[in-house]
Ligand binder design. Structure first.
Ligand SMILES: [Zn+2]
Length: 236
């Protein structure tokens, strides 16, 4: 009887030790798992690959949706050397004709950009901030508020343009106001409005116009939504 109790005691003791070891193992595994999560989040950026499921004109590219590596674009050169996707050219020309008929002077300041060009712009902006005395990480962060990370710029799609005023003929404000009122009639939207920066991730850019097609542009304009919200609506 006495031996039996001692054996029992040993069994309980071994069981307790086993429980402690198992718990310790589980905690370690958890710890490693969360450490891996953290690394993958800060190390390689978490993002999706943009798709053309809703049509080429409705591809959503932003900080969370990167342009696919194999994205192909047929370019057309404008008279000033800037290039755009040939599919948006007729509407772009029509919009410019209408603006000019209303007495405005304007031009495409930036059309299509390659990945390399986008990287170069980002590097130049970062360098500017470093020269102003900011640390490397501060300069990186500030530059990204102005220049999109390569792979997330709509200029790499060729279906977005930056439009500037010819200031000998009209003011920037006149051009931006005309575009804001009429862009949608030609299938273009003001892609980064001031009241949607939290959704687009980009500050107000009154010069950046993105082709989405007339139907989508009309809805986006009349409902005062941004492309992110429109795509959400389509996919609901
Ligand atoms: Zn732009």
């Amino acid at each position: 009887m006495r031996r039996y109790t001692r054996q029992n005691f040993h069994m309980i003791w071994i069981l307790c030790m086993l429980v402690v070891v198992v718990l310790a193992c589980m905690m370690t595994v958890n710890h490693i798992a969360s450490a891996i999560d953290l690394t993958s989040f800060s190390g390689s950026k978490k993002h999706d690959v943009a798709n053309e499921d809703n049509g080429w004109n409705l591809i959503l590219v932003n900080r969370d949706n990167y342009i696919p590596d194999d994205y192909h674009v047929e370019l057309m050169e404008l008279s000033n050397g800037e290039k755009v996707d040939s599919r948006i050219y007729p509407n772009l020309q029509e919009m410019f004709n209408a603006a000019r008929a209303d007495g405005l002077g304007l031009h495409v300041a930036a059309g299509y950009r390659t990945q390399e060009k986008q990287q170069q712009l980002l590097d130049e902006k970062t360098e500017e901030y470093k020269n102003e005395g900011y640390s490397k990480s501060e300069a990186d962060e500030l530059a990204r508020q102005w220049v999109a990370i390569p792979g997330t710029s709509e200029h790499q799609l060729g279906i977005a343009v930056d439009i500037n005023a010819d200031t000998t003929k009209s003011s920037s404000d006149d051009v931006y106001n005309w575009l804001a009122q009429h862009g949608h009639e030609y299938g273009f939207i003001k892609r980064y409005p001031s009241d949607k920066t939290d959704l687009t991730g980009v500050i107000n850019e009154p010069w950046h116009y993105r082709y989405v097609g007339e139907e989508a542009a009309q809805i986006i304009y009349s409902q005062g939504i941004c492309l992110e919200e429109y795509i959400d609506m389509l996919e609901e």
